[in-house]
Design a protein around this ligand. Structure first.
Ligand SMILES: [Zn+2]
Length: 436
């Protein structure tokens, strides 16, 4: 187990822990395992205790006896910090460790926001820009991106014929872990500029500076560890709404947003977060007339969760038209492997093959024809989602002193290619993906 896996465990919520444990076996089975562990521990304790009844050092006199336990305590304490889980835990907080980076990001964001300067103030059309962050969606299993027998994403697939949509079938995640991927996606830090998070600005601060009213609406729970990463970014927005229900509940929050203003709205979905069957409401299963299938059919329930996300995206797109909607971006944090889910070690490329599509309204395309032209020209380009900050800077028409035009899909200077594209925070090359 590496430090990123430990980070996932520390960042988990009771609901997520229950989802995971219940996928391992039935509740009676888990109870039996727990009972066996407790019984084993008590037996071991009893056995050691019997051994301790005989004094080992009877010849030590007066205060000399205290030396031995102190020496033992010192070596045992030192040893404990070098083995799992203490060693991994200390790694998280070491210099350049992920948790240290999140703490530094939180501390430095106000300072970096003061340094942030827009290159030019370009008038933006009234209306909203929407970013939907998906969860654990792998484009290999999405019919809008892959030639597969099941139509898992019917609405998105139909949008491929629409001239207002731009699809990117070679998009990748920067890291197969939610908090690690999103902190780079939504800040100016990326794998190519190697800028540490502590020197970065976030997309919510940029959008506010460009005159947008900002919203963060999430169906992912807040946790103390995620607080150090994603929630820090969410808190930079003007309005935050945290929901517990299924993803379609965000539509009620969307309906409350006043029309006619310049809004930048981020939706963070539960998407296909493990367990997949828990992501699909029963009412949706019935509406689709889907057969009652065993919850252990992981691949099938994963496809159903993608189908449900497709339905949620369609509804967001339609409901946002009244704002009016000027641009919409859908991208996943990372992909998913049916056997290993998503981990840094062992790593597989399906954990980072993600969907990305962008919508531009007809009025947006009329106002900024060069954006449409560049997005179309780059449809077959390799993209890694740590470049989202720069691409959104382009869509929001808000380049700044933290912006890199070589990382922006809307720029003619975009230069991420198969040869230089990276993932796993620079440790793997996209060129080594057999499907790239
Ligand atoms: Zn995730």
């Amino acid at each position: 187990m590496d430090e990123i896996a430990l980070l996932s465990i520390l960042a988990t919520t009771p609901r997520e822990a229950y989802n995971y444990l219940s996928s391992l076996g039935s509740i009676p089975l888990l109870a039996c395992v727990l009972f066996a562990l407790i019984a084993g521990f008590l037996l071991l304790f009893h056995w050691i205790e019997i051994g301790c009844r005989q004094p080992a050092c009877s010849e030590l006199k007066e205060k000399k006896w205290i030396i031995l336990p102190l020496v033992l305590l010192y070596f045992f304490g030192n040893y404990l910090t070098s083995i799992f889980p203490a060693d991994r835990f200390l790694h998280l907080y070491r210099k350049n460790g992920p948790l240290r980076a999140f703490t530094e990001l939180q501390r430095n964001l106000p300072r970096n926001a003061r340094i942030l300067k827009l290159d030019r103030s370009e008038p933006f059309l009234p209306g909203s820009v929407v970013l939907v962050l998906g969860e654990s969606a792998c484009r290999d299993d999405m019919s809008a991106f892959s030639n597969i027998s099941i139509n898992t994403t019917p609405w998105e697939k139909s949008c491929r014929q629409d001239q207002c949509f731009f699809f990117y079938p070679h998009a990748y995640s920067n890291f197969p872990n939610t908090v690690m991927a999103i902190t780079q996606a939504l800040t100016s830090a990326n794998q190519y500029n190697k800028k540490p998070l502590k020197d970065a600005v976030d997309i919510m601060t940029l959008a506010k500076k460009a005159g947008y009213e900002t919203y963060w609406i999430s169906t992912q729970g807040q946790s103390s560890i995620s607080d150090a990463g994603i929630t820090v970014i969410a808190r930079q927005s003007d309005h935050q709404i945290w929901l517990k229900g299924p993803d379609e509940d965000i539509l009620q929050s969307l309906a409350q947003i006043p029309a006619g203003k310049k809004n930048f709205i981020v939706f963070h979905l539960m998407g296909s977060h493990f367990r997949y069957d828990h992501r699909v409401p029963q009412a949706y299963v019935e509406k689709q007339h889907w057969a009652d299938v065993d919850k252990r059919e992981k691949a099938l329930w994963y496809c159903r969760s993608l189908h449900y996300t497709d339905f949620v995206l369609k509804n967001i797109f339609e409901a946002a038209q009244s704002l009016p909607l000027q641009a919409m971006v859908y991208v996943s944090d990372h992909g998913e492997d049916m056997e290993l889910t998503h981990t840094a070690s062992p790593f597989k490329y399906d954990m980072v093959r993600i969907p990305l599509w962008i919508y531009l309204s007809p009025s947006y395309q009329q106002a900024y024809p060069q954006v449409r032209q560049q997005l179309r020209a780059h449809e077959n380009a390799i993209f890694t989602n740590d470049l989202l900050f720069d691409t959104l800077s382009g869509i929001l028409r808000a380049p700044s002193n933290f912006y890199c035009r070589q990382c922006d899909l809307t720029s003619p200077d975009y230069n991420i290619t198969r040869d230089n594209a990276l993932t796993l925070h620079g440790k793997r090359r996209i060129a080594n993906d057999p499907r790239s």
